[in-house]
Design a protein around this ligand. Sequence first.
Ligand code: DQQ
Length: 466
Amino acid sequence: MDQSLLERVSRDPHRPIYHFVPPANWMNDPNGPIQVDGVYHMFYQYNPFGANHANMHWGHARSRDLVHWEHLPIALAPTPDGPDKDGIYSGCCVMNQGTPTIIYTGVHPQVQCIATSDDGLLTWRKHPANPVIATPPEGIAVTGFRDPFAWREEDGWYMVVGSGIENVGGAALLYRSPDLMSWEYLGPLCTGKLAESGHMWECPNFFPLGEAHLLAVSPYGKVIYFLGDYADHAFEPSTSGLLDLGESWYAPNSLLDERGRRLMWGWLKEMRPREVQPEHGWAGAHSLPRELYMHDDGALGIKPAQELETLRGAYTRYDALAIKPSGQGLLGDLRGDALELVATFDPGTAESLGLLVRQSRDGTEWTAISYAPRTGRLAVDGSHASLDPQATNKEVGGEFWLNPDDLLTLHIYLDRSVIEVFANERAAIAHRVYPTRADSQGVDLFATGGTARLISLHAWEMSSIW
Ligand code: DQQ
């Protein structure tokens, strides 16, 4: 790869240091995460030729500890004149009787293809019979047909393909196969309503979680999950929600690891306009691995994977502070752009409370991570994050209700342009900010409309994963 590009990109103060990124250029969706013989493999939508969404390949990396990643050669590239000549779109990777098998979408048109590896997932051979599914099901007018996600059941392989039915809504189309080669269409596993969940569901993921099953879909907007019962190959959703309340985290993909954890990564989109992204030489990152689980009260649990603790460096702790609307500088000189913060609050009488991060000394740049107990809004306000006219400065957030009598715990990761927030392991928000000032590193507490109390704040400097 072009050395000057690598150097330019590595000097960019917005490049994350502990979130996964390729050495340069464009990345989007996580693809086919899988753990084989203890090693985590991650593939991803990748353009080796620039920082724009084009020439989609599958990039590849592996990790022994879920934290530090090793870049590997590109796994899949388009074949001229093949069914994937215009790009290798998203998909999954499964072990089929010991053979690692990727199922992906070739474009255009959108068809499903397979590839296998016999050298430990390093090089891949596309099946000569590709595409293994050449057309969408007959008789339905689909809005798209891509992003296969497969799993094994007792009587064979099952797979959902992301789709939508014209004038009806997004859909996850269910297939069955004895061998990953010949596929029988069974019908929609789940269909959404146009007004609620859009006309197209990208990147479906479907898996058991606790006693329930979870279907996640990416509807060109915030990622939706449905929780419900799956029996006789029919899925009955009973609740739904958002996997992330921000506008950056998209097209997630997941795996079940050898410890039995359901781990999920999302693509962290840039929040700068697409037209300016190529000039930076890189675009896109993956979120931290998030573990999904069920709380005892039946709510979805979302927390950062425990292994991330190995990145913790210098540590500072604060206890028992009253946070008044007039208060400032409560944390002394706590500063940084690569930090982990775990703050527990009693919201008290505050209308809104939380942390200011990435704050410049002159106060012209700042980002607020806030919770408003009465309106149930969890937000990251980046409306003053950057003086750069190219940055999309905005507030993002959504609904989150603290259970009565619960304290609020905000678990925050700052990593240059990336912010990820977990609230009580029940809601998550990722956002992107691009402060221009070198001193935009301040951290503070705030409350408005009343007094809140900080119970404790743990802060760590985070080290690089490279
Ligand atoms: N990204 C891929 C598609 C998918 C979309 C193309 C979601 O397969 O539907 O890069 O971000």
